[in-house]
Write a new protein. Structure first.
Lengths: 161, 500, 353
């Protein structure tokens, strides 16, 4: 198992290289210096690469010191999987929420989204609280944003509201 | 001096009528509420509450707007302290020590200290503005593109090197933030950069979305783990641990130091509260006896940036009032509103409409007083948010995060960005990569690149322009010092202990 | 013993937690009721009958708050509301980005919608011509042209240039000698209007002229600080600094002198022997394929609006020249201008492929 420090270093190197390549292939500007739009990104990409390499080198030097931390990480795999599941669940419902938001409108989608998160986190036994909180949240946000602040939210496109 | 005093007194007469007092209070309270919602900072706050002022006279409208502006500034750090979610970039620094304080059971003290420090910063800065508006505006004009670029570099490197132990990771975070800021249409040439054919990406990614993603979603994810392990500490004692004498002794000097600093940075058009508060935080950390306490709930780490932030918000009014040039997103909205009211902000505002100009300054004093009065008892009420069980509180935070994101640009594409960077933030937290440099990078990245290129156009491609003025050289020294100083200090300390 | 005590205190603490939670929930309910009451009083009243409009009309601004587009549409909203010409709310939504390209793309997704109105000016044509966006003015429904504004070229009060001619002569000698600043993007309005004048004055190497694009209207501060030599901007944008004497206007791009006071003292380019004008027109647009009845409604309403004293007053205050043109005339106007801008961009080699 690799530790996070090394992973950060590798991620930085990969991002640095990928970004630099992308930056190099940016279209040229039609006015002024044609290379102007890519200078700054190129500098960024290269410096990112340098930082990643420094981190990896540092990591190589003191590799042995970190093993204690890894032991700790291994000690609680169960808690991790449970919360990881929850996080994945949240991400998936967020994506579904985003897909539904403009299609079925704000009120319904938010109601669904909030309920699903609440059921997952707060448990099925407390379904009453969950439904009350989800409903109150959707309605109060609707009131505050749409009525008081007149920020528009898609309401219920199906009903043409 | 006498004339200034007399004009100010006349201003107070204008501002202290019951009607105006009512409006500044109402504006302040509404602003606080709007400022607390994630994604709705002062700029959006003033913009969405603007219609409220349309039916008023110019003075009342301006005073109300000031109330909203300050209220939103105060409100932004409320949510930083309570749920680790800044309402705006300027409230970012309040999460560093404010949130740990809340977790240590001192939420109320943190809320009160933030209000008091903001109040002191705001009042002193208003005094500065009364006397020094013109010279400060002249000083701000000295900042050309090269100086702006270096100022942002100094702020970035100070933030990235905040934690001595993982300075490299700080810079990685900073570069990532700067990379995010390059996404979108290039403002100078119109070239599409890193948009991958997605139309909405042409506008670039709003830094507020990134803040909400990394802080609000990050907090929700963190809570998931803690809730299941039953570790989540919640404050249940309210009003027990107020600000102690010890706190005052530590905080008064940092507050006084950070105020003029924040005021000056705020007066530079486009620099603003985020940079002022982050740099003030870093200054105090360097000057502190125990810099390692910072980030663990040191009250100084909350008081200093809050004072600087509010002082900067006063400073930002200077370019608008003296030159008619908005110094920040918020003042841009206020400028537009002034024009709609038939007023022309600029050097002649004070001679043509002295009642309004001085009334505004007087209402800044009053607004600060009222917001402090409102916010200190409000601390006791707000802290009850923490009494909501986390299993219910965090889904609400999640819901607010999405709605706040939608309010920013009315686009669902931002939802996906929110989710992606929520996950990125999760990994960064796990890997011990600080997130503040990334946020500052996304906030200033665009302006930094633009001023970098503007400077090079002006100098015909010669990099000499970056050392071409005393201000530029000073800023370069500050940048280098911010990286070297923590090491130097550690070195001296270890030497001392060896000798002893 | 100690254990039991601790347990007891934990129990008490839990109870207190629950109490606090109940209190908080109670407070939330009270707050929401209060909000609901407040709102029920001020919600949009149901308009009777089936006639258009009965739902709120979204006013979409292609730029950020405080800019020229924003000010225009906010003024329209205020006048329509004050004169009660439009009975429904007109919430204003800012969708900035890409010099207007993002809003243009947004309205493509809303084809046939009768509840969206937006505002545009020359960048609508320019961003298509320079290749920033694939959509053009053909992908909108022009409703009416409302006002005209003009460009101005200003310098700091102690500048060595006394007229636009002197600037052009210096540029002929060395195109790098004067740094031009502006508040719009490269290849958009402020840039183009200067190049247009430079071309008319006989400057050859247009591509070599340095144009520095500033954001957030910072151009005036940069000019005052001496970081650029000349600012190409809108006539009304720097009025305050002209009034105070901090800045000096060399020329405007109007046909003849406009406005009053300090604005009326600004000579036109034509007066100084540079035969060109540049008009910054602003008008309202609907989404593509906007329904007939909606087009008709807005055409009639706007025609009425420009006749009101409130509108005249607003124009005067902002230094705008009222220049109403109905949808048909506006379309012809757009066609003509598109050809004109195309030629300009072609000459400075900024025409998108």
């Amino acid at each position: 198992m690799m530790n996070f420090q090394a992973m950060t270093g590798i991620a930085a190197v990969i991002i640095g290289i990928a970004y630099s390549i992308q930056a190099y292939h940016l279209p040229r500007a039609t006015v002024g210096n044609p290379l102007a739009p890519m200078v700054f990104p190129l500098i960024l990409g290269l410096l990112m690469l340098v930082c990643g390499i420094i981190l990896l080198v540092k990591e190589g030097i003191k590799k042995k010191e970190v093993t204690a931390d890894q032991e700790k990480e291994k000690a609680k795999p169960k808690g991790l999987t449970r919360s990881t599941k929850l996080i994945i669940f949240t991400c998936v419902s967020s994506v579904i929420y985003a897909l539904l938001f403009e299609r079925i409108g704000y009120v319904l989608s938010t109601l669904l989204f909030m309920s699903s998160i609440l059921f997952a986190l707060n448990g099925k036994e407390k379904w009453k609280t969950n439904i009350i909180v989800a409903t109150c949240f959707s309605i109060s946000i609707y009131v505050v944003f749409l009525k008081l602040l007149s920020i528009s939210l898609p309401l219920m496109p199906i009903l043409e509201i | 001096m006498d004339t200034i005093f007399n004009s100010l007194m006349e201003g107070f007469q204008v501002a202290l009528t019951p009607g105006h007092l009512f409006w500044v209070t109402l504006g302040g309270i509404l602003g606080t509420i709007v400022g607390m919602l994630p994604g709705l900072g002062p700029a959006t706050g003033v913009a969405v509450l603007l219609p409220l002022t349309f039916t008023m006279g110019p003075t009342a409208a301006l005073i109300t707007m000031c109330g909203i502006y300050y209220g939103a500034m105060f409100g932004g750090s409320r949510s930083s302290i309570l749920i680790n979610t800044p309402g705006d970039g300027a409230a970012l620094a309040a999460t560093f020590d404010g949130y740990p304080m809340a977790q240590n059971g001192r939420a109320e003290a943190a809320l009160a200290m933030s209000a008091i420090a903001s109040f002191i910063g705001g009042i002193i800065a208003t005094v500065f503005m009364t006397i020094l508006a013109v010279p400060v505006a002249r000083f701000a004009l000295q900042f050309g593109p090269a100086e702006y670029c270096l100022l942002m570099l100094a702020a970035l490197s100070a933030t990235a090197s905040m934690s001595k132990k993982n300075i490299v990771r700080g810079f990685i975070s900073m570069f990532l933030g700067l990379m995010i800021s390059t996404i979108g249409l290039d403002a100078q040439s119109g070239v599409k950069r890193f948009t991958f054919g997605i139309l909405e990406l042409q506008t670039g990614i709003d830094f507020l979305v990134i803040i909400i993603a990394i802080y609000a979603l990050g907090e929700v994810f963190k809570c998931f783990r803690e809730v299941h392990e039953g570790k989540k500490k919640m404050q249940t004692k309210f009003g027990k641990i107020w600000i102690t004498k010890e706190d005052w002794k530590k905080s008064w000097l940092p507050i006084l130091r950070s105020t003029p600093f924040g005021f000056l940075i705020g007066a530079l058009p486009g620099a603003g509260g985020t940079m002022a508060s982050l740099m003030a935080y870093n200054n105090e950390k360097q000057l502190a006896k125990n810099p390692d306490d910072f980030g663990k709930g040191d009250i100084v780490g909350l008081a200093a940036p809050e004072a600087a932030n509010n002082a900067a918000s006063v400073g930002a009014l200077i370019p608008m009032m003296t030159l008619g040039i908005p110094g920040s997103g918020t003042t841009a909205v206020m400028l537009g509103a002034l024009l709609m009211l038939g007023l022309q902000p600029g050097p002649l505002l004070f001679t043509q409409h002295p009642d309004i100009a001085w009334g505004l300054i007087a209402s800044m004093f009053i607004g600060n007083v009222i917001l402090a009065i409102v916010n200190i008892p409000l601390a006791g009420i707000l802290v009850r948010v923490l009494a909501i069980p986390p299993k219910i509180l965090y889904p609400i935070v999640l819901g607010l995060a999405f709605i706040g994101t939608f309010a920013i640009s009315n686009s669902v594409v931002d939802f996906y960005i929110l989710i992606i960077f929520g996950v990125v933030g999760l990994f960064m937290n796990k890997a011990g990569v600080p997130t503040a440099p990334l946020i500052l990078g996304t906030i200033v990245g665009n302006s930094m690149e633009v001023s970098f290129r503007q400077a090079l156009v002006i100098s015909d491609g010669s990099y000499g322009i970056f050392v071409g003025s005393p201000i530029a050289v000073t800023l370069i020294i500050v940048t280098i010092a911010s990286i070297v100083f923590p090491f130097l200090r550690g070195f001296i300390k270890s030497k001392k202990t060896v000798e002893a | 013993m100690g254990m039991i005590q601790t347990q007891g205190s934990v129990l008490r603490k839990n109870r207190r937690d629950k109490m606090n939670f109940k209190k908080t929930i109670g407070m939330m309910v009270v707050l929401m009721l209060a909000l609901a009451l407040m709102v029920s009083g001020c919600g949009p009243s149901d308009s009777k009958g089936t006639e258009y409009p009965k739902k709120p009309i979204e006013f979409v601004v292609p730029g950020g708050a405080g800019g020229g587009w924003d000010l225009t549409i906010r003024t329209v909203e205020k006048v329509l509301k004050d004169t009660k010409l439009v009975p429904v709310p007109m919430p204003i939504i800012n969708k900035p980005g890409g010099g207007g390209a993002v809003t243009l793309a947004h309205i493509q997704k809303e084809k046939g919608n009768d509840k969206i109105v937006t505002v545009y000016s020359p960048p609508l044509l320019l961003i298509n011509l320079n290749g920033s966006t694939e959509y053009s003015y053909k992908d909108t429904t022009p409703l009416a042209k409302l006002i005209e504004d003009y460009g101005a070229f200003v310098v700091a009060k102690d500048s060595k240039y006394g007229s636009i001619k002197e600037v052009m002569d210096a540029l002929k000698e060395d195109p790098k000698s004067i740094k031009i600043g502006g508040n719009s993007a490269v290849g958009s309005m402020d840039h183009i209007q200067f190049l247009l004048v430079a071309k008319a004055a006989g400057v050859k190497n247009l591509k070599e002229i340095d144009y520095v694009s500033f954001q957030d209207n910072a151009g005036a501060a940069q000019l005052l600080g001496g970081h650029v030599h000349l600012l190409s901007t809108g006539l009304g944008d720097v009025k305050a600094l002209l009034d105070s004497g901090d800045l000096r206007a060399l020329a405007s791009t109007a046909k003849e002198r406009v406005g009053e006071g300090v604005l009326a003292d600004i000579p036109t380019c034509i007066e100084q022997g540079v035969d060109t004008i540049f008009i910054n027109w602003r008008g309202l647009f609907g989404v593509p394929e906007m329904p007939e009845y909606a087009q008709k409604y807005w055409g009639e309403t706007l025609a009425k609006m420009v006749e009101t004293p409130e509108w005249a007053e607003a124009c005067k205050r902002n230094g705008w020249t009222p220049a109403y043109a109905d949808a048909e005339e506006f379309e012809t106007f757009l066609d003509e201008n598109n050809e004109k801008y195309k030629k300009i961009l072609e000459e400075i080699d900024m025409l998108g492929k």
